[in-house]
Design a protein around this ligand. Structure first.
Ligand code: SUG
Length: 446
């Protein structure tokens, strides 16, 4: 019963735009008000899915959410018919219309935290949708995320999809972007590694400039609900000064897979103690632990933030070797490119480099790792997944044609005021649920 890691990428939604909504996320802030190309964004993401599927990786897709969210706008007091709600919001509070229109659910690393069945007390795969309380445009994702996950992982004998944690600053949860699982083999019990930015109740260092989005209390609550063994769980605090340098999630400074952690030397508070804990716990599970630590002198935190070197996917290929999936910005930064050349010519645990153009998502601070949710599944669990979401040639072709038909190739901030965007999005999403065979997912379909 071989377990494998599947990656579920978020399909970029038709309203992809640059609204500068994420204070602390340097790319989002720098690209505020530039013109987006939703069609190119969706195709770039889909191409990554297709190429990884072609290489033999298990690749799924998660649908976008309904945007603009009329539900949010009505909750905020805009009333009248739908056209009137959008027009009023555009005029009176364009920032709220932007929050209601963001395609941010594409970054499925923030959709949920996932624990494989080998780690959980009841032997089911556990999902906790992230409450994403730190940003309004993201805090509206979790209900629809839960619905989507329940539709795709519907078999309750094998999958437990929880509600999000209560949405309050003490329990800020950003999902798998701050969670990594190490193991000898995917199907064996592993060690789950939770990285938080601050603690609500335990005194400790905190960032001064930018918000810490994930709390220790949230991480611990997720581990507890998933029924993880304390002896196979490690918590670490992210360095506050790297958060202040634009590392708003741990997956901007570290990535792990099986027995390898690839990270910057300034990623964690008390970094060597973190390594020791991981090594000790992994050895109890019969696993080794290799760290590839990148020194500041070779790649600075600023270079890591602009190139997204660590927002890479570290994947085990079907032949057992590891591939690193990076955005092309890593090739364009000379120091990062040089580092990667050295890494590839060495004899370490990473054998292969795959480079992707994800420019549209990158401009909002979303690299290869942000775009995917990892779900380790054994054979029976794989069979229990809704079959229509696995990327193969046929689904790729259908989704590519669907994007071509429905998406705009230009979306400026002022275009969010156009009520026809809502109609276009709904038409597209309605067709998508049929392509994916996931039933009625959206409010407008109910
Ligand atoms: O939450 N950007 C996202 C990027 C998420 C990246 N995810 C991971 N690191 N896993 C965020 O900051 C920008 C939207 C805008 O500004 O229009 C945004 O939401």
């Amino acid at each position: 019963m071989e377990a494998r890691e599947a990656n579920f990428d978020g399909l970029v939604g038709p309203t992809h735009n640059y609204a500068g909504l994420s204070f602390g996320n340097v790319a989002s802030q720098n690209n505020e008000k530039s013109v987006a190309n939703p069609k190119a964004a969706a195709k770039q993401g889909l191409r990554k899915m297709k190429q990884l599927a072609d290489l033999g990786f298990l690749q799924g897709v998660l649908p976008p959410q309904e945007r603009p969210s009329l539900r949010l706008l009505r909750e905020l007091g805009f009333s009248g018919n739908e056209t009137r709600v959008i027009e009023r919001a555009a005029k009176e509070a364009p920032e709220l219309l932007a929050a209601a229109s963001s395609a941010s659910a594409m970054w499925t690393a923030n959709a949920a935290t996932v624990s494989p069945s080998a780690d959980t007390h009841d032997g089911r795969v556990h999902f906790t949708p992230a409450n994403l309380t730190s940003k309004l445009h993201r805090a509206i994702e979790h209900e629809a995320t839960r619905r989507t996950l329940r539709a795709i992982f519907a078999d309750e004998a094998r999958f437990a999809v929880h509600d999000a944690l209560p949405g309050t600053p003490a329990l800020g949860d950003e999902g798998a972007a701050n969670h990594t699982r190490f193991c000898a083999e995917y199907g064996k019990r592993g060690v789950e590694f939770f990285v938080y930015g601050r603690s609500e109740y335990r005194r400790g260092p905190e960032p001064k400039r930018y918000p810490a989005r994930q709390t220790f209390e949230a991480s611990r609550a997720v581990a507890q609900r998933h029924g993880l063994d304390d002896a196979a769980t490690v918590y670490a605090q992210q360095s506050p000064d790297v958060i202040d340098a634009g590392v708003f999630h741990n997956d901007v400074i570290a990535v792990g897979n099986r027995e390898t952690l690839f990270c910057h030397e300034r990623a964690f508070v008390d970094q060597s103690a973190v390594y020791d804990q991981l090594r000790t716990q992994l050895s109890k599970q019969g696993a080794a632990f290799n760290v590839i630590e990148v020194p500041d002198a070779q790649v600075s935190v600023a270079d890591a933030v602009t190139s997204y070197l660590f927002n890479s996917q570290l994947l085990t290929r079907p032949d057992g070797k590891q591939a690193l999936v990076v955005p092309q910005e890593c090739r364009e930064n000379p120091r990062v490119a040089e580092y990667l050349d050295r890494l590839m010519s060495g004899s370490g645990p990473i054998d292969d480099l795959l480079v992707f153009d994800l420019r549209e998502s990158m401009k909002n601070g979303g690299g290869p790792a942000c775009l995917r949710l990892r779900v380790v599944l054994n054979e029976q669990e794989r069979t229990a997944v809704k079959p229509g979401v696995w990327i193969d040639d046929t689904l790729f072709g259908r989704l590519d044609a669907w994007i071509e038909k429905h998406y705009r190739d230009r979306l400026a901030p002022a275009d969010l005021a156009d009520p026809s965007l809502l109609v276009e999005s709904r038409t597209a999403l309605d067709e998508l649920t049929q392509i994916l065979g996931v039933g009625s997912l959206y409010d407008f379909q109910r």
